[in-house]
Design a protein around this ligand. Structure first.
Ligand code: ADP
Ligand code: ASP
Ligand code: MG
Length: 413
């Protein structure tokens, strides 16, 4: 008997039939003796539909309070349907929104952080033998305002509940049967990992592998919540995200995965004076606009001038280019240009720490495939390159092959 949080993503609850299937899984788990807190996402496509509706009403800047009121409704539909399906099977269940269960967050609408969760009402339901179903992706401020946790935030709801309740494991059920060496939709020979360290998973998530929300991995790491990714459709043990226990062989892997991010765009401010303060003059006002900057590159100056390049989210591309265009005189720059058809491709692995030469192997393989590297950035356990988006699939597959990440059985067949 275990105390578990089980989270079901959008595809897993995408139709009435699938919700009934999830209810069946939960009914069986409950009857095998487990205590269950269940977190649900909106039915697949629903959050996108709501976001598009919001943009239709307010094309320029969406009102974040109303945005949260709107987009949090998707999860509310799923939770009630799942509770009904479970009751129909004879298992007692009760569904709650984030504000009913009091998932207390800060006031940052659309990207709120969870501060506290009231445990007592959940534990009381559990004591009464009920399955507790909680709407993912949402919370409430101390003033009673509805908040949401950012796209993919139901993962974070699940981990936060598991941490607060001291659950034995947080299980993320999705449309793939675990975390793979790379997105299996891009490389069909990707291999499922039995285990991955928190550190590596955090890098993978922050470099674009959307199988888990970054914040969820962060929280699981901080509170040491065993986190597992599994399929809603096929039985299996999935992937356990864990601290490196030394006996898993994880350290022997030079590269554990390849992540990519299609959401980036590159902006260059050309011909700026090569003098102290220029990075701040360009990026300070961008930060003030609440726009996140990712990769940053400044060329070596020549004749007192230099070029300054950085990446931002694609949705912010035009805004940033227009903003900098208006500031050309203030910056004393010659021009602003960019490209919103680029992607960031990254190799991740704790083994890189102790092995030289991974970067040069990566660059060789990419050059052999005619892929131009626009920007390069490295950290202890990752190497990222910015390339044209047309070369993404080619790059992923070439690196997957070079670092022998493929499923050996499939490979040899
Ligand atoms: P859910 O709706 O269940 O939250 P998501 O779409 O958020 O599901 O996450 C699952 C998807 O993540 C998969 O369908 C897969 O395409 C993608 N993905 C990206 N990188 C990886 C990876 N390394 N391993 C597994 N899945 C990945
Ligand atoms: N429904 C939300 C989204 O699509 C949250 C989630 O599914 O995790 O982003
Ligand atoms: Mg998700």
């Amino acid at each position: 008997m275990a105390f578990l949080v089980k989270k079901f993503g959008g595809t897993s609850v995408g139709t009435a039939e699938r919700i009934k299937h999830v209810a069946k899984l939960l009914h069986e788990a409950k009857h095998s003796g487990d205590d269950l807190v269940v977190v649900v996402s909106a039915m697949s496509g629903e959050t996108n539909r709501l976001v598009a509706l919001a943009r239709e009403m307010m094309p320029a800047v969406v009102d974040v309070r109303e945005y949260d009121v709107l987009v949090s409704t998707g999860e509310q539909v799923t939770m009630a349907l799942l509770a009904m399906a479970l009751k129909e099977l004879g298992t007692d269940a009760r569904s709650y929104t984030g504000s009913q269960i009091r998932i207390l967050t800060d006031t940052s609408h659309s990207k709120a952080r969870i501060l506290e969760i009231e445990k007592a009402p959940i534990l009381e339901d559990i004591k009464q033998g009920r399955v507790v179903i909680v709407a993912g992706f949402q919370g409430v401020t101390a003033d009673g305002e509805i908040t949401t946790l950012g796209r993919g935030g139901s993962d974070t709801s699940a981990v936060a509940l598991a941490a607060a309740l001291g659950c034995d494991e947080c299980q993320i059920f999705t449309d793939v049967d675990g975390v793979y060496t790379t997105d299996p939709r891009v490389e069909s020979r990707a291999r499922r990992l039995d285990k991955i360290t928190f550190e590596e998973m955090l890098e993978m998530a922050s470099l674009g592998s959307k199988v888990l929300q970054i914040r969820a991995v962060e929280l699981a790491g901080i509170y040491n919540v065993p986190l597992r990714v599994l399929s809603s459709f096929e039985p299996g043990d999935g992937t356990l995200i864990t601290y490196d226990d030394g006996d898993s062989g994880m350290e022997q892997e030079l590269v554990s995965g390849i992540a990519f991010n299609r959401d980036e765009a590159q902006v260059t401010v050309a011909g700026v004076a090569d003098q102290p303060g220029i990075a701040f003059a360009i990026l300070g006002p961008i930060a003030d606009l609440n726009i996140e900057v990712d990769v940053i590159l400044q060329n070596i100056g020549e004749n007192g001038l230099t070029d300054f390049t950085f990446t931002v989210h694609r949705d912010e591309y035009q805004r940033v280019v227009d903003f900098l265009q208006d500031r050309l005189d203030v910056l004393g720059a010659q021009s602003v240009h960019g490209n919103d058809r680029i992607v960031k491709l990254s190799l991740v692995g704790v083994g890189m720490r102790s092995h030289a030469g991974i970067a040069s192997r990566m660059f060789r393989v990419l050059s052999e495939n005619g892929i131009n590297l626009r920007m390069i950035t490295t950290s202890e356990i990752k190497i990222s390159v910015v390339i044209d988006e047309n070369f993404l699939e080619l790059g992923v597959r070439a690196l997957h092959e070079e670092f022998e990440l493929a499923d050996t059985e499939v490979k040899s067949s």
